[in-house]
Design a protein around this ligand. Structure first.
Ligand SMILES: [Zn+2]
Length: 254
């Protein structure tokens, strides 16, 4: 796609970087990204990717805006309380960048619905806080063959990983299911409603997910494959742990 003079000026601060340049901006403007969940992580991801000029954002969420969301879900306003998150997220994007088209999916997500949504897309950004939906994201992105950019945040803690198991050329790499067993879902750690969450934590992790997305699309830098990044906001420390394919994985190992 051709890039206009206005777009060259609008995105000047990123396309001046040799790793991005005009070709990278063209790739961003012609890309399609699915964002699963428009909560705390999703707010950071939606804002970053809209501003960066991702051509099409497909935002999936089945929730409405609650007053208690507003400490961290900064794309929503007080007047949005009670409204569907998808519609208000679309309004947010349309107000900041007319280069971006938004499709919304206000529905319950399972593996099959996600496979349909992901067809023809470049990448899945997983911002959900439901364990079952994360497994649906893992299975669907593995089957379609796109990166699964996972994020999680609770209390002072955050984690981020790019799972590539289904992507051509990355067959030996790990998926979400290699790391997290489906059996543990009944014992999983408490969610944000029970345990609490601070906005900078979802912001940091959502920003990391956005960075992974931009890097994958423009082929700049290194993809965070086969590792999980952990952020301990209490001490302010980042850690990276190597991960590998699990031969007992129920998602990617055959
Ligand atoms: Zn796996």
């Amino acid at each position: 796609m051709l890039i206009s003079e206005t777009q060259i000026y609008r995105y000047a601060r990123q396309l001046v970087m040799p790793e991005i340049n005009e070709a990278g901006q063209q790739l961003l403007l012609s890309s399609k990204v699915v964002i699963l969940g428009a909560g705390g992580l999703g707010s950071a991801v939606i804002a970053n990717l809209a501003a960066a000029g991702i051509g099409e954002l497909i935002i999936c969420d089945n929730d409405t805006v609650d007053l208690s969301n507003l400490n961290r879900q900064f794309i929503y306003r007080e007047q949005d309380v009670g409204q569907p998150k998808t519609l208000q997220a679309q309004r947010f994007v349309e107000n900041i960048n007319s280069d971006v088209s938004v499709k919304i999916k206000q529905q319950t997500i399972n593996e099959n619905s996600l496979i349909e949504i992901l067809a023809g897309c470049d990448l899945l950004v997983d911002c959900t806080d439901h364990f079952d939906t994360r497994f649906a994201a893992a299975r669907a992105s593995f089957r379609i063959g796109v990166p699964h950019v996972f994020g999680g945040a609770v209390r002072f803690d955050g984690q981020m990983a790019t799972f590539m198991a289904g992507v051509p050329g990355y067959e030996k790499s790990a998926c979400f299911g290699c790391l997290f067993s489906e059996d543990v879902k009944t014992n999983q750690v408490s969610n944000c409603a029970q345990a609490g969450i601070l906005s900078p934590i979802t912001g940091i992790i959502g920003n990391l997910q956005s960075l992974e997305t931009i890097k994958w699309i423009t082929k700049a830098g290194e993809t965070a494959v086969n590792k999980i990044t952990l952020f301990d906001g209490y001490s302010g420390n980042f850690n990276s742990i190597k991960i590998s394919k699990n031969q007992k994985c129920t998602v990617c190992f055959d």
